[in-house]
Design a protein around this ligand. Structure first.
Ligand code: ATP
Ligand code: IP8
Length: 251
């Protein structure tokens, strides 16, 4: 197997899109993230999972109750966003390969499983798989799986050294820092903190916002992965396990 510790990065939709504006890319946020990813990819194996932001979450809401629109529109807009992420990474010198979530995960009897061989084959070739939250086969139907869940599952099953969740905020706070002036940043997140943390999302979000992310972060940390959440400027510190302004997760 190709050498180098494995790093999994969940690229938040809040960072790479404008979650308040439908179908709007945050190109500056994406390019900054791509450059930071290029730096941490040196000497490591890297898997990137991105979220839906104002592409996926908006498409789900717009579909209303229509299965036809849900499946076609979510697939279309998430593939469009995936191509933007892959293009930004390639421009930063990262040999990215886009993989739809359908190719890497499925749910049977409520149990999530990974197509490990697809991810491992891409890593073995020295490339960086870039998958995303979106449609996967779930007990015979195409349904939405959150990128937070997928990133955590990949980190656990492929025994990643580190899982980093990048967002448009620099840490996990006691409440949403965008709307609560009294919100305090957490240096450490433990399971016992979960009940007290208040949160939502920075815009439309159909998969559970920050609270789902925190549960997934804890799940991976409890399986032995080093987990951190924060902004892109601290990615290197998160990956090296250095001190910095971000939240680390303690099992
Ligand atoms: P996506 O699901 O599209 O990938 P994401 O994972 O980047 O998006 P969210 O799930 O929206 O992002 O979570 C990040 C957002 O959550 C931030 O923009 C922030 O405003 C909001 N938020 C709500 N509560 C909190 C909290 N307690 N701590 C930190 N951020 C919070
Ligand atoms: O944004 C869901 O993934 P997430 C993507 O990581 C959608 O929760 C809604 C298509």
């Amino acid at each position: 197997m190709r050498a180098g510790e494995l790093l999994v990065v969940k690229l938040g939709g809040s960072l790479i899109t404008d979650k308040r504006k439908p179908l709007t890319l945050n190109r500056e946020g994406l390019e900054t993230a791509a450059e930071a990813l290029a730096r941490v990819a040196r000497g490591r194996r890297l898997v990137v999972v991105h979220g839906g932001g104002s592409f996926g979450h908006y498409a789900v809401v717009q579909a209303g109750g229509s299965r036809e629109r849900l499946v076609s529109d979510v697939s279309y807009w998430m593939s469009a966003l995936n191509l933007e992420v892959v293009s930004a990474l390639r421009a930063a010198g990262v040999p990215a390969v886009g993989l739809p979530p359908l190719a890497v995960a499925r749910v049977d009897g409520g149990q999530l499983s990974l197509q490990r061989d697809v991810l491992e084959a891409a890593l073995e070739d020295g490339t960086v798989p870039v998958t995303h939250g979106g449609l996967v086969l779930q007990d015979g139907r195409l349904e939405i799986l959150s990128g937070d869940v997928l990133a955590s599952e990949i980190a656990v099953k492929l025994a990643a050294r580190t899982l980093a969740f990048l967002m448009d905020v620099d840490a996990v706070y006691t409440a949403d820092p965008r709307s609560d002036p009294h919100a305090r940043p957490l240096e450490v997140l433990k399971r016992s903190h979960l009940e007290a943390i208040r949160g939502g999302s920075s815009g439309i979000d159909v998969t559970g916002g920050i609270l789902l992310k925190l549960r997934e972060a804890l799940r991976a940390a409890e399986a032995g992965v080093r987990v951190a959440l924060g902004g892109v400027s601290e990615l290197e510190a998160m990956v090296e396990g250095l001190k910095g302004k971000y939240t680390r997760v303690e099992p």
